[in-house]
Design a protein around this ligand. Structure first.
Ligand code: T6T
Length: 329
């Protein structure tokens, strides 16, 4: 055997023996992040754009696993979460929990399996990840929803001259965000002695249900002056019902979430205020938090409120405001 052949054989054997180690080393460097939002809607679609942009901008290798539930429901979201944990490769999970109590145990199990949890949009427990009953998630990045409800109440009260009956079109009890929006709204309306919240309905995140419930309320409460729609489908349905009843001049609608449909209704005079959240920022920051944590940053804030853009007919064409409309195309 020639010396040259012997040398090549030895190098070949060496490469073969360390190749698996090299592969493992490469895998270990990749940060694997799961993204599990609440449902398919324009709000979470924009959040996903933010998530993907942050992954693209990352100087470090990131693998992203996205799973989107068909319905906004903990019994749909939990098995998807369990399956993500069962993959065994996630380092981080960015999740909008669809129920503040029911998702605690499955997320605790994910955390026990070694996955770091970042809450976006919604929280679990009471959302206080420093002193509250649930502290294991790394952070809660999302709107201040009590404040959002108060913004809605103050605008509505001003529009109707501080007097009259109002109605809340809501999603499902137990969702942290929409519970807090209704709470903030009720607190805001309570400051006006001549105003009253006559009722609140829950549409289970279904626009048609929102239309039906709002239409029934409009028939029952002939002197209703305003409606707060607490999210995309609640607000869409409320607006459609008011429009169908020909009551756009008599009933003021405040829409939470800046879909293009809500903005159309603003221009049509059905909706008077559109409250835009910042889902892109939520998604982008969440990925950056995961990467920072992976790199050893140990003092990430446990709560990051992302703020609002409040859109009305006066400012809807201002590019600095219009950029917060949820554009998904
Ligand atoms: O309003 C958002 C989100 O903040 C909420 O938690 C659930 O509903 C939306 O996704 C809008 O449909």
């Amino acid at each position: 055997m020639s010396k040259r052949f012997l040398l090549l054989t030895l190098v070949g054997l060496l490469v073969l023996s360390i190749a698996p180690m090299l592969a493992v080393a490469q895998d270990d460097d990749t940060i694997t992040i799961g993204f599990l939002p609440g449902v398919v809607d324009p709000f979470y679609q924009v959040m996903e754009i933010g998530v993907r942009q942050a992954v693209e901008d990352s100087a470090l290798p990131v693998e992203l696993v996205v799973q989107i539930p068909e319905n906004f429901n903990p019994s749909v979201q939990t098995p998807i979460l369990d399956a993500l944990v069962a993959r065994g490769d996630l380092d981080y999970l960015i999740i909008a929990a669809t129920d503040k109590e029911q998702l605690i145990a499955p997320l605790q199990a994910a955390h026990d399996a070694g996955i770091e949890i970042i809450s976006v949009d919604t929280f679990i427990g009471d959302g206080d990840y420093v002193n509250g009953p649930v502290t294991f998630p790394l952070s809660y990045i999302g709107s201040d929803n009590v404040e959002g409800g108060r913004i809605a109440a103050e605008a509505l009260a001003e529009n109707v001259g501080g007097t009259g009956k109002v109605y809340i079109q809501n999603v499902t009890p137990g969702i942290s965000t929409t519970d807090q929006r209704a709470q903030g709204f009720r607190e805001g309306i309570a400051e006006f002695p001549d105003m009253e919240v006559v009722s609140e309905d829950f549409n289970n995140d279904d626009e048609n249900t929102s239309v039906q419930q709002t239409s029934a309320t409009l028939e029952r409460e002939s002197d209703l002056v305003g409606i707060f729609g607490t999210n995309v489908f609640s607000a869409n349905g409320a607006g459609i019902a008011v429009q169908n009843a020909g009551l756009s001049d008599a009933v003021d609608v405040i829409a939470f979430d800046a879909t293009t449909f809500a903005v159309e209704q603003l221009r049509a005079g059905v909706v008077s205020l559109v409250i835009a959240q910042k889902p892109f920022d939520m998604g982008y920051l969440a990925v950056q938090f995961a990467i920072a944590h992976n790199q050893g940053v140990s003092s990430l804030p446990k709560r990051v409120p992302t703020g609002y853009a409040v859109i009305d007919i006066e400012n809807v064409d201002d590019p600095e405001v219009a950029r917060f409309i949820y554009q998904v195309e």
